[in-house]
Write a protein that binds this ligand. Structure first.
Ligand code: IMP
Ligand code: MG
Length: 179
């Protein structure tokens, strides 16, 4: 598996340190609020788990699943809800947890979809941001790291459902997905 990685961008230590910083920022910002941390499946699970472990204020956890790339490396622009939230978000302060924002299409669709439900607030946190490929305007409140335009895998992020179990984040060798 590791031989398919061109370059390691963020080691597990670097990730954990940054996630602790984000969690402490969030704990300050959401003191006294009705925080619901919403992980976007499946890419955000490792990030969401590490984040919520380090959040020190009361919060609920929920998950949504949306369709992403399939096994291709290009976004289709079509977003499908595969799993909706379990609970009502009316009056709650929603924090959407994403693995990586690329074109921004997935999250801007999701925001529109959730805005009808009368949450008190909806914000986005993404572990990674790939600004080079943004197609729609999107306000991402908390960002872990900026990444270059390459195909990223690891720490929950996949290529064709593989590599999610790498404990670090790296760039996949182009020969792997050009095969
Ligand atoms: P967007 O709608 O183009 O912003 O795409 C967001 C989703 O595409 C992310 O949640 C990822 O699941 C996936 N994605 C975007 N870039 C990458 C990448 O470099 N590697 C793996 N998945 C990616
Ligand atoms: Mg995703």
């Amino acid at each position: 598996m590791k031989q398919d990685i061109q370059e390691i961008l963020f080691s597990e230590d670097v990730l954990n340190k940054r996630i602790k910083e984000l969690a402490s920022e969030i704990s300050n910002d959401y003191e006294g609020k009705n925080l619901v941390v919403v992980g976007i499946l499946k890419g955000s699970v490792l990030f969401a788990a590490e984040l919520i472990k380090n959040i020190s204020v009361l919060c609920e956890i929920d998950f949504m699943a949306v369709s992403s790339y399939g096994s291709s490396t290009e976004t289709s622009g079509v977003v499908r809800i595969l799993k909706d939230l379990d609970n009502s978000i009316e009056g709650k302060d929603i924090l959407l947890v994403e693995d990586i924002v690329d074109t921004g299409i997935t999250l801007s669709y999701l925001l529109k979809y959730l805005r009808a439900r009368n949450a008190n607030s909806i914000e986005i946190i993404s572990l990674l941001n790939k600004p080079a490929r943004r197609k729609v305007d999107l306000d991402v409140k908390y960002i872990g790291f900026e990444v270059p335009d390459g195909f990223i895998v690891g720490y929950g992020i996949d290529y064709a459902e593989k590599y999610r179990n790498l404990p670090f984040i790296g760039i996949l060798k182009p020969e792997v997905y050009n095969k």
